[in-house]
Write a protein that binds this ligand. Structure first.
Ligand SMILES: [Fe+2]
Length: 383
């Protein structure tokens, strides 16, 4: 058994300012990689630039990272990093910004590597520049994983790149959730939930690496009613059903952020499993946000695993404070609703998934093609 997360992780209020010294020690010139607006709105960009200004570290800002970052975006950011002689990258935002930062960190020290070849497995591990991660959503966990999910539109591929890039430093502060839309918080929390469930229901799960998802699921169980209430409050048709539950407020931000980082540490040890493998096509073809795209497949995956590793599924349910797989499915339905696709797309997804052995081989006890079909039938509505 092994537990290996080499990232120096701080989870606390005002941790960017509190750990300025650690960030300034990473390099001399930074490229800050972020999305178009949220890092400005939630104060994270300002916190980081204040630290860099006070510490005399030069920086350039690349704020063009889109949801599901592309190889073209990564190429553009890496080019700017090279032109400004950046020797480290600071990713601020959700998984898209942090994953793009990781890929740029790889490109800037490997000028011979073309961004379009990022998904090809290299003959030997490649170096990368150091990455600092400042997450501002509560789902990706990318600050604590070596994984970067990049999309190559030229070959219609959304997938993790084979290079392993752990950030050297992660500064995790729940206050950045304050300005986030509630549905974004819910969507990303479903991603964190999926990370932990897929980490436990996974052939790589063991006593040592279960410490993370088991504790994280308990934390998420404490947040679930507030998450459900927030969704219901946004939906006037169901508003009356949620009046007894307190929606997401500031007291939960720190807990949700901590859960997300713990969920990242979970998949850093085991990798994600079938629901993530199924989600990528849905996002690529329909633009479904990552959290719901994974969440739609999660209940049926848990149901399939219940036959193979019943004790593990019962453990997941009890940590979340749920009684049954049906209750688990109901919780997800309340959080993210349902997904409808065409028959053609559903069949296309299922056919492709049956050859995705990097994910199928992670199912405890194995999974049959019929069980793959069953997950699609249960998870997607067909029009
Ligand atoms: Fe994910």
């Amino acid at each position: 058994m092994r537990f290996y997360v080499p990232t120096d992780i701080y989870v606390e209020k005002d941790c960017v300012k509190n750990h300025a010294k650690e960030m300034l020690a990473v390099g001399k010139r930074a490229l800050i990689v972020t999305g178009h607006s949220s890092a400005k709105a939630n104060g994270s960009l300002n916190d980081v630039t204040e630290v860099l200004n006070d510490g005399g570290v030069a920086y350039q800002i690349f704020d063009e990272v889109e949801e599901n970052p592309s190889t073209d975006t990564v190429r553009k950011g890496a080019q700017i990093a090279r032109e400004s002689n950046a020797d480290f990258i600071i990713g601020i935002g959700g998984g898209s910004a942090i994953d793009a930062a990781k890929a740029m960190a790889l490109l800037i020290v490997n000028p011979g590597l073309n961004a379009d070849d990022l998904h090809k497995t290299p003959s030997h591990p490649l170096d990368h520049a150091p990455v600092v991660a400042v997450p501002t959503t509560c789902g990706t966990g990318s600050e604590a994983t070596p994984v970067a999910i990049i999309t190559n539109h030229k070959i219609n591929l959304k997938k993790s790149i084979p290079h392993r890039i752990f950030p050297v430093l992660a500064l995790v502060d729940g206050k950045y959730l304050a300005s986030a839309k509630k549905q974004l918080i819910v969507n990303t929390a479903v991603d964190a939930l999926s990370h932990m469930v897929e980490s436990i229901l996974n052939v790589h799960s063991n006593t040592l690496n279960r410490m993370c998802p088991e504790y994280g699921l308990k934390l998420l169980g404490e947040c679930k009613e507030a998450l459900i209430a927030s969704v219901a409050a946004n939906n006037s048709a169901t508003q009356n059903t949620s009046q007894n539950a307190a929606p997401i407020d500031a007291s939960l931000y720190e807990k949700l952020m901590l859960t997300s980082t713990i969920a990242g540490m979970s998949i850093a040890m085991t990798s994600t499993a079938v629901p993530h493998g199924m989600s990528y096509d849905l996002t690529l073809c329909k633009g479904t946000p990552h959290g719901p795209a994974v969440g739609y497949f999660l209940a049926a995956y848990v149901e399939i695993c219940h036959k193979k590793v019943p004790n593990d599924v019962e453990k997941v349910l009890s940590l979340l404070g749920l009684q049954s797989v049906e209750e688990f499915a109901e919780m997800l339905q309340k959080l993210i609703g349902t997904c409808t696709v065409t028959r053609e797309l559903r069949d296309q997804f299922a056919t492709a998934m049956k050859t995705n052995h990097s994910k199928l081989d992670l199912v405890p006890g194995g999974i049959t093609p019929e069980e793959v079909e069953y997950i699609y039938d249960k998870s997607l509505m067909v029009k």
